[in-house]
Ligand binder design. Structure first.
Ligand SMILES: *[C@@H]1O[C@H](CO)[C@@H](O)[C@H](O)[C@H]1NC(C)=O
Ligand SMILES: *[C@@H]1O[C@H](CO)[C@@H](O)[C@H](O)[C@H]1NC(C)=O
Ligand SMILES: *[C@@H]1O[C@H](CO)[C@@H](O)[C@H](O)[C@H]1NC(C)=O
Ligand SMILES: *[C@@H]1O[C@H](CO)[C@@H](O)[C@H](O)[C@H]1NC(C)=O
Ligand SMILES: *[C@@H]1O[C@H](CO)[C@@H](O)[C@H](O)[C@H]1NC(C)=O
Ligand SMILES: *[C@@H]1O[C@H](CO)[C@@H](O)[C@H](O)[C@H]1NC(C)=O
Ligand SMILES: *[C@@H]1O[C@H](CO)[C@@H](O)[C@H](O)[C@H]1NC(C)=O
Ligand SMILES: *[C@@H]1O[C@H](CO)[C@@H](O)[C@H](O)[C@H]1NC(C)=O
Ligand SMILES: *[C@@H]1O[C@H](CO)[C@@H](O)[C@H](O)[C@H]1NC(C)=O
Ligand SMILES: *[C@@H]1O[C@H](CO)[C@@H](O)[C@H](O)[C@H]1NC(C)=O
Ligand SMILES: [Cu+2]
Length: 329
C-alpha cells in the first residue's frame, strides 16, 4: 500500500457521484426491494451468461470517469479495492464493504453497460471435488480456465490488460490463474456449515473469511491470490457475491438480531498489515470511518472511491433494503 496511490486526481468525481446518487437507492414503498435476483452461475442460461460476460467486457472497454491516470472503467473499479486493501480486510467491515462493492459493480453493469440481469454468484461448494471441471471456467460460456501461473490463454478475458498493482497504477500485465485443489478445500459444505453455526458476527465473519473466502482466492490462484488487485479477475465478483450470499444466509438464521449485528476491530491487526506489506491506514480513512472506538459499528463509512456514493454499514445490513435491493435465488 503506497501512499501515492491516494494522490490520484478525482476529476468528474462530483458529476459521476451525483448521477449515481439519483438512481442507486431504489425506493420501494412496500419496504422490500428485490429487484436484483442473483442466481448461481451454474443456473444461468447460455444467453444470460453471455449477457453478463458482454457487460464485463463493456466495462473493461469503457473510458474512465473518475481518475486521470485510469485507462478504462475497469481500472477504476479495481482501484476501489486496491486503495483500501489495508482497511477492508481483517476488520468487521470486511463483509459489509464487499457487499456494497458487489452492488457497485452490479450497478455499473446495469447503468453503463445495458445489463438487465443481476450479479451472479459461484456456488463454490458444488465444485470442491473438481475445481478444474467447474462450468465457470468454460472458455465458451464462462471466464476461461487455468494457466498455471502464466497469462490465461482461453476464454473472453485472454487479452485482458491489467494496470494496477500494489505499488503502481501504470503497470501492464496479464490475468493469471494457478489452480490449487488443496487450497480450495475450505469451500466444502461442512466448512460452510461450521461458519453458519457461529453465534456472533465476529465469529461468523472470521470463519467465512478464513474458510470459504480464502478457498476461492487460493483455489483459483494467480491474480485471485493477490490480496490487493484480485478484483482484476472478473471471477472475483462471482466469488465475493457467493460469500455475501453465505453471510446473508447466516443473517437469515436469526434475522431480527442479525440485521443489526455488527462488531469486530476497525483497523487490521499489525500482523495482518505486516504480512501483506500494508501501511497503517491514514487519517484520510480513519478520521472518516464513523466509528468512535476501535470496534466496527453500524455507523461505519463505506467508501467506493466515487463509483457510487458513500454508505454506512447500517444501510447494507438488509440485503432487501433500497441500496442493495437483492435476493439470492
Ligand atoms: C418492492 O417490494 C416488493 C415485495 O415487497 C417486490 O415485489 C417489488 O418487486 C419491489 N419493487 C421494486 C421496484 O424493487
Ligand atoms: C438452481 O436452481 C434450482 C431450482 O430453482 C435450485 O434447486 C438449485 O439449488 C439451483 N442451483 C444452484 C447451484 O443454486
Ligand atoms: C445502451 O443502450 C442504448 C440504447 O439502446 C445505446 O444507445 C447505448 O449505446 C448502449 N450502451 C452500451 C454501452 O452498449
Ligand atoms: C497446467 O498444468 C497441468 C498439470 O501439469 C496440465 O495438465 C495443464 O495442461 C496445464 N494447463 C495449462 C493451461 O498450461
Ligand atoms: C474445513 O473443515 C475441516 C474439517 O471438516 C477442517 O479440518 C479444516 O481446517 C477446515 N478448513 C478451513 C480452511 O477452514
Ligand atoms: C452445526 O450445528 C448443528 C446443530 O447444533 C450440529 O448438529 C452440526 O454438527 C454443526 N455443524 C458443524 C459443521 O459444526
Ligand atoms: C437470536 O439472537 C438473539 C440475540 O442474540 C438471541 O437472544 C436469540 O436467542 C437468538 N435466537 C435464535 C433462534 O438463535
Ligand atoms: C512483502 O515484502 C517482502 C520484502 O520485499 C516480499 O518478500 C514479500 O513477498 C512481500 N509480500 C507480499 C504479500 O507482497
Ligand atoms: C484503540 O485505538 C487507539 C487509537 O485510536 C489506540 O491508541 C488504542 O491502543 C486502541 N485500543 C485497543 C484496545 O486496541
Ligand atoms: C466518502 O468517504 C471518503 C473516505 O472516507 C471521504 O474521504 C469522503 O469525503 C466521503 N465523501 C462524502 C461525500 O462524504
Ligand atoms: Cu477484498
Amino acid at each position: 500500500m503506497r501512499s501515492f496511490l491516494l494522490v490520484a486526481t478525482p476529476f468528474l468525481l462530483s458529476i459521476a457521484s451525483n448521477v449515481a446518487g439519483l438512481a442507486i437507492r431504489q425506493a420501494n414503498s412496500s419496504g422490500t426491494c428485490t429487484t436484483n435476483q442473483r442466481k448461481a452461475w451454474q443456473n444461468l442460461s447460455d444467453d444470460e451468461k453471455a449477457a453478463y460476460i458482454d457487460a464485463e467486457l463493456c466495462l473493461m472497454g469503457s473510458p474512465p470517469q473518475l481518475f486521470d491516470w485510469a485507462k478504462n472503467r475497469w481500472d477504476e473499479v479495481v482501484y476501489g479495492h486496491v486503495v483500501q486493501s489495508n482497511v477492508i480486510h481483517d476488520v468487521g467491515a470486511f463483509l459489509p464493504w464487499h457487499r456494497l462493492y458487489m452492488r457497485a459493480h452490479e450497478y455499473l453493469l446495469q447503468t453503463e453497460c445495458n445489463y438487465t440481469g443481476a450479479q451472479p454468484y459461484w456456488e463454490e461448494s458444488l465444485d470442491v471435488a473438481n475445481l478444474a471441471g467447474s462450468i465457470v471456467f468454460d472458455p465458451d460460456t464462462g471466464f476461461g480456465g487455468n494457466s498455471n501461473g502464466s497469462c490465461i490463454t482461453d476464454g473472453p478475458f485472454t487479452q485482458l490488460e491489467l494496470h494496477i498493482t500494489q505499488s503502481t497504477n501504470y503497470a501492464n500485465y496479464c490475468l493469471t490463474r494457478d489452480f490449487n485443489t488443496d487450497g480450495f478445500q475450505g469451500a466444502t459444505p461442512s466448512n460452510v456449515s461450521s461458519c453458519y453455526n457461529s453465534t456472533t458476527y465476529e465469529a461468523a465473519y472470521t470463519c467465512y473469511k478464513s474458510s470459504p473466502h480464502t478457498a476461492g482466492h487460493a483455489g483459483v490462484g494467480g491474480t485471485m491470490l493477490d490480496a490487493v488487485a484480485s478484483p482484476s479477475d472478473p471471477l472475483f465478483f462471482l466469488h465475493h457475491t457467493n460469500l455475501d450470499r453465505l453471510w446473508w444466509e447466516w443473517q437469515l438464521a436469526n434475522l431480527t438480531a442479525r440485521l443489526t449485528d455488527m462488531s469486530g476491530r476497525n483497523v487490521p491487526r499489525p500482523s495482518y498489515l505486516a504480512q501483506n506489506n500494508f501501511t497503517y491506514p491514514g487519517p484520510e480513512i480513519l478520521d472518516y470511518d464513523g466509528d468512535e472506538g476501535n470496534v466496527t459499528t453500524l455507523h461505519h463509512n463505506l467508501w467506493m472511491v466515487g463509483l457510487i456514493p458513500n454508505a454506512t454499514i447500517g444501510e447494507v445490513m438488509d440485503l432487501r433494503g433500497e441500496l442493495i435491493c437483492a435476493e439470492y435465488v
